[in-house]
Design a protein around this ligand. Sequence first.
Ligand code: C2E
Ligand code: CA
Ligand code: CA
Ligand code: CA
Length: 280
Amino acid sequence: AKNGGRNRYSYFTPDLQLAAQARLQVALDLRLALAERQFELYYQPIVNLRTGGISRAEALLRWRHPQRGLLSPVDFLPFAESSGLIVEIGDWAFRQAAAQVRQWQGGLDPGFQVSVNLSPVQLRGDAALCQGWLEHVAALGLPPRSIVIELAEGILLDEAAPVVERLRALRAMGLQVALDDFGTGYSSLAHLKRFDIDFLKIDRSFVQDLVNDSGDLALCEAIIVMAHKLGLQVVAEGVETAAQCALLMAAGCDFAQGYVFAKPMPAAALDALARQGVAA
Ligand code: C2E
Ligand code: CA
Ligand code: CA
Ligand code: CA
């Protein structure tokens, strides 16, 4: 601002220049990472609260960065989205998860499901992408319901119709859909009305203080009752303690996911865990 008006580039403060350079560098690194296969999927078990069994897992993206180690999506997802690279990365993730669930269906449980996170950016683009996924699922001989699409609710309602349409098309072909981070969006109830979904995932922020905050408990109970009336199953996210788990079970919650059971882990580790089963 000090140099304001001196020349036409003056609004690029040094800091903004740095930020822009960093963004560009991350985009270049992400492209390289795709080419060099530095992405991995970790899997977190989703536990059936009635049986204690694991018949579902959520695939979570990791970047094994050659210098910076194992990175979580918070470190790179915004760059992957703004650069558009999430489309290619997400396509890889979908296919990888589909291949993995096929393996688990053979070795563990023929009804095993894997959920895959999608960013709205991925559904806004080329319709051929979704078509490709359906063909991939068919080519693997997977029942379509083996895949659950997780979509965070935050931005959805403002999105153009294509996102809604693509989602509907995938679900029409038999894939299942989960509304992620429920309760944190701008218009959670409107989302429920507009989207055909199978699962509702209660956001971690409602689970965190469940034991001490009677308001949060009331919200969770109400969400579960409402979801069941709408024919949806409920997954509680970020369950970290046995006490939280007990309250959720008493409230009739169907599934839970969180550190109390297991952190996200490589596929082989989940395989071993699912064989032995987890006890809450
Ligand atoms: P999410 O879909 O809400 O995933 C749950 C996040 O909570 C994961 O973080 C998981 O590791 C973490 N978590 C699970 N249990 C607990 C717990 O008990 N306590 C706490 N504190 N955290 C728990 P992660 O793996 O870092 O992923 C962050 C977000 O990145 C995900 O949030 C999802 O929105 C996004 N993401 C992950 N994988 C993909 C992907 O393949 N594609 C896209 N588009 N987004 C992805
Ligand atoms: Ca998710
Ligand atoms: Ca979530
Ligand atoms: Ca609270």
